[in-house]
Write a protein that binds this ligand. Structure first.
Ligand SMILES: [Zn+2]
Length: 259
């Protein structure tokens, strides 16, 4: 029997099912874009109507194996509520994701990556530089958290959320990137833009040429424009065209993510 075949077919209500499909889509897309790290790093989402429960991937499965129905439900104390494959969860992933879900009611989704570009910029003393349109959107909207070792110490949770504050995106020094979203789509878009910002920064630095530096005022204006765009979807209910387009791409090539 395959792992997929063991997944039970418990029906979920519509909102929970949509969140499961969106979360599975995010896992598949992060893999498709080459932003995953073997079986490590995680994407989690709060269950609709439940502040204290969230969904995360089964530990040991690659991102392209995640489906809407094989996700693990855990509470904020790390108790596994529902685990269709019986694989459990990664303790380090629980530390980071539970900290943010507990402290930030507006963080529906938490997405964490270890990519070469993200890790490399996380090691740079100046952090992310507002040199292009992608990265300028994060002006005054980006937090930093110092590395403390693999995140197995639950005590780190309070420092993690204190450093995050009210921001949605954070660079984990010497470690990687983290994005929160009021929806799965928002967290994915923020991470996609952070990743491209980091890649562009490394390319600029590698080129060794003089750089045109936008003013701080222009960088802040750009950040405000991006924030307005995100708010139109998350607050005003405008359809999320970009997220929908990414999901259509998956529906054509990997429709089993919805299973
Ligand atoms: Zn990590």
């Amino acid at each position: 029997m395959t792992l997929t075949a063991q997944v039970r077919s418990t029906p979920y209500d519509n909102s929970a099912q949509q969140v499961r499909i969106d979360l599975a889509a995010a896992y598949r897309l992060i893999h498709r874009l080459g932003l995953d790290d073997s079986i490590y790093t995680h994407i989690s989402v709060r269950l609709p109507g439940r502040h204290d429960r969230f969904l995360i991937n089964p530990y040991g499965m690659r991102f392209e194996e995640v489906t809407a129905s094989n996700l693990v439900t855990v509470d904020l104390d790390g108790n596994v509520i529902d685990d269709p494959l019986g694989l459990g969860i990664n303790p380090a992933g629980f530390t980071i994701h539970s900290a943010i879900h507990a402290a930030r009611t507006d963080a529906m989704c938490v997405l964490h990556t270890h990519t070469v570009a993200g890790v490399t910029v996380s090691c740079q003393a100046e952090g992310l530089l507002p040199l292009n349109q992608w990265s300028m959107q994060f002006t005054d909207r980006l937090a930093y958290h110092d590395y403390e070792g693999i995140a197995l110490d639950l005590d780190e949770r309070q420092r993690l959320v204190a450093d995050l504050g009210d921001k949605f995106v954070m660079i984990l020094h010497n470690h990687g990137l983290l994005a929160c979203g009021r929806s799965v789509g928002e967290a994915f878009k923020l991470m996609h833009n952070m990743e491209r910002s980091c890649r562009a920064q490394l390319a600029i630095q590698a080129s060794g040429v003089d750089v045109v530096r936008p003013s701080a005022a222009v960088a802040r204006k750009t950040a405000g424009q991006y924030a307005s765009g995100y708010d139109k979807v998350e607050i005003n209910g405008q359809p999320d065209s970009e997220w929908s387009a990414f999901k259509r791409m998956l529906e054509r090539s990997d429709p089993d993510f919805m299973n």
